[in-house]
Design a protein around this ligand. Structure first.
Ligand code: 13P
Length: 247
């Protein structure tokens, strides 16, 4: 039974294009560090590591996710990965519409919405990313941009059980800069008011680390984080998980 009123707290790690087989030990160390976490713990390694990591983490509390999927179920799409393949390799989640995919591959919100349907069909929970650029924020159009991305990226049928939203300001990703607590609170309150299901988990992402995690998790409306660089080391990501448990 899905609790639609209280969003599920989630600490999600996005390894991006980092990680070889030798780094699976970090995932195992994370699993040992949080054997019975009071929050959801998710790692999204590169697709090449999903299956071996699933094997290495079998029986642990750490769930796995992909970083993207194709719209189609299968077919002639060289180099792409279908949602069912991610699920088959052990994933329960998939990140969609990350700003790096929007920038590197020209992904549009309409494509993200189509991918969402494919992800759900394969039984995956989608983590939909959105966020403004530095230019957007300077021009005072953050809520407008984030709102437009939210509306266009969410397919009909999105709810707290099948979709998580990650607010990731583009300028905060990998920069060491984070918005002020007031800025994060403002966007999260806006998202909460506009998501189709008020119980949806809303994550913050962008330069989250063990030093700032507790302060970020104390911000009203923040249900967890999508963490890049600091998720690569078990000691750092474990500390972020602990901060979320304590929040
Ligand atoms: P960093 O935590 O490295 O800033 O990356 C955030 C991110 O893009 C997670 O998806």
């Amino acid at each position: 039974m899905v609790d639609r009123v209280t969003p599920r707290k989630l600490a999600a790690g996005n390894w991006k294009m980092n990680g070889l087989a030798a780094q699976i030990v970090e995932a195992q160390a994370l699993a040992r560090a949080c054997p019975k976490p009071g929050v959801g713990v998710l790692l999204c390694p590169p697709a090449t590591l999903l299956a071996p990591m699933a094997q290495a983490l079998a029986g642990s509390a750490v769930a796995l996710g992909g970083q993207d999927c194709h719209v189609a179920e299968k077919g002639a799409h060289t180099g792409d990965i279908a949602a069912a393949m991610l699920a088959d390799a052990g994933a329960s989640h998939v990140i969609l519409g990350h700003s790096e995919r929007r920038a590197d591959h020209g992904e549009t919100s309409a494509q993200v919405a189509a991918k969402l349907r494919s992800a759900w069909k394969a039984g995956l929970t989608a983590i939909v990313c959105l966020g403004e650029t530095a230019e957007d924020r300077a021009a005072g159009r953050t809520l407008q941009v984030v709102g437009a991305q939210l509306t266009a990226s969410l397919a009909e049928g999105a709810d707290a059980a099948n979709t998580v939203i990650a607010y990731e300001p583009v300028w905060a990703i990998g920069s060491g800069q984070t918005p002020t607590p007031e800025q994060i609170a403002e966007v999260h309150a806006f998202l909460r008011a506009h998501v189709p299901d008020a119980g949806m988990t809303l994550l913050y992402g962008g330069s989250v680390n063990p030093g700032n995690a507790a302060a970020i998790f104390a911000i009203p409306g923040v249900d967890g984080a999508l963490v890049g660089g600091a998720s690569l080391k078990a000691v750092d990501f474990g500390a972020i998980v602990a901060a979320l448990e304590a929040a």
